[in-house]
Write a protein that binds this ligand. Structure first.
Ligand SMILES: *[C@@H]1O[C@H](CO)[C@@H](O)[C@H](O)[C@H]1NC(C)=O
Ligand SMILES: *[C@@H]1O[C@H](CO)[C@@H](O)[C@H](O)[C@H]1NC(C)=O
Ligand SMILES: *[C@@H]1O[C@H](CO)[C@@H](O)[C@H](O)[C@H]1NC(C)=O
Ligand SMILES: *[C@@H]1O[C@H](CO)[C@@H](O)[C@H](O)[C@H]1NC(C)=O
Length: 324
């Protein structure tokens, strides 16, 4: 008898526990749908930010953009340099107010490859110093290289910062999930706010240095471990003769489907551009047509730039490709 009662109690307890869990799960889902985590959105968003393309939302309250309006780029002259909405002539020096990155030093607008105007900056040699035991580097905000070496006294406590449930030590950089456009540094006096001098905007220098790639509708390529939403690319894939589009949407010969595709085609905001090729959402590029596309999957997700990412090594062998 008492066994049965106990059993009954515990079943009821389990039931309550299950209810509580379901409630918590529901609350967590509700909360996450209110908060907008840009890292969960698709597309090379950092690239669009750098080029100051305007996000286009299906509904104004949406978290993620369905496409970006980069139409201002097509109006650019190959004989000028552009940065932060300012126009430069060949021979002009980059103004301090347009330096987006502490390493943008001695930058000039010059006539570059294929005669396209671009900035070139001084090559900065951040000589890597050997780090002494028990010491660490701490970069001063607004400076280009690693900064000074700090060797705390043994008794001294190294400042700690708690961000997004992780602990960072004095001098260590972190990327707040709430503000993916910022890079911050744990430092004494940090009060949990994403403000200067602790936080700075991330700049990949795309607009400054990648004029030709932008003009030729090349796509930034990301490593498998990188987040295309918030990372700077390691390189670009540009079109060559052997590049083709693999159409993902099977074109069923129903009037409705083809009608929809035609109207999509007409609205350039629903197509990706890669060189002179156009891709519908879901379309992919073929792989291994040159070094930059070996084991690189490029999919049109959030137009106009396809999202290109290296496949993991266990899925694709980068040494196995045709001769280029
Ligand atoms: C894109 O932006 C330009 C201005 O830069 C504007 O004229 C155009 O209407 C926009 N296109 C869309 C589809 O929002
Ligand atoms: C598109 O680009 C390819 C490769 O760069 C080139 O061979 C081809 O002539 C171009 N086609 C058009 C229509 O411009
Ligand atoms: C699909 O096309 C048929 C005729 O081809 C039409 O009767 C129907 O309304 C269309 N459906 C939609 C959703 O547009
Ligand atoms: C590119 O296309 C040409 C001509 O069709 C072909 O000879 C060549 O092997 C192709 N290269 C690659 C890397 O596929």
């Amino acid at each position: 008898m008492s066994r049965t009662v106990n059993y009954g109690k515990s079943a009821f307890g389990n039931f309550l526990y299950l209810c509580l869990n379901l409630w918590l799960m529901f609350m967590a889902t509700a909360a996450s749908s209110i908060e907008c985590d840009p890292k969960k959105c698709k597309g090379p968003i950092q690239h669009y930010h750098e080029l100051r393309c305007e996000p286009i939302y299906k509904k104004p309250s949406d978290c993620c953009a369905v496409s970006y309006n980069c139409s201002h780029l097509s109006e650019r002259s190959p004989y000028n340099c552009y940065v932060n909405g300012h126009v430069y002539n060949i021979g002009d020096k980059l103004k301090d107010e347009d330096r987006n990155n502490p390493c943008d030093i001695d930058c000039n607008c010059v006539k570059g490859f294929k005669d396209v105007a671009t900035f070139t900056c001084a090559a900065i040699d951040c000589s890597i110093m050997r780090i002494k035991e028990g010491c660490y580097f701490k970069r001063k905000p607004g400076t280009c290289c690693d900064g000074e070496q700090i060797c705390p006294e043994i008794s001294e406590e190294r400042t700690k910062c708690e961000i997004d449930g992780r602990t960072y030590l004095d001098g260590e950089p972190f990327y707040p999930s709430e503000k993916p456009e910022l890079v911050c540094q744990c430092s004494k006096g940090y009060k949990g706010e994403y403000v200067a001098p602790f936080c700075e905007h991330i700049s990949c220098g795309t607009e400054l240095l990648r004029t030709l790639e932008i003009r030729e509708n090349c796509a930034p390529v990301f490593y498998h471990s990188q987040i295309p939403q918030t990372s700077c690319t390691y390189g670009y894939r540009c079109q060559n003769y052997n590049d083709t589009v693999i159409h993902r949407i099977t074109k069923i010969s129903s009037n409705n489907v083809s009608e929809e595709l035609t109207s999509e085609k007409l609205s350039s905001n629903k197509m990706c551009k890669f060189g002179n090729l156009t891709m519908e959402i879901g379309d992919e590029l073929n792989q291994a047509t040159d070094y930059s596309s070996v084991c690189v999957r490029c999919v049109c997700e959030v137009p106009p730039t396809p999202t290109c990412q290296r496949l993991p090594d266990n899925e694709c062998d980068v040494t196995n490709h045709p001769l280029f």
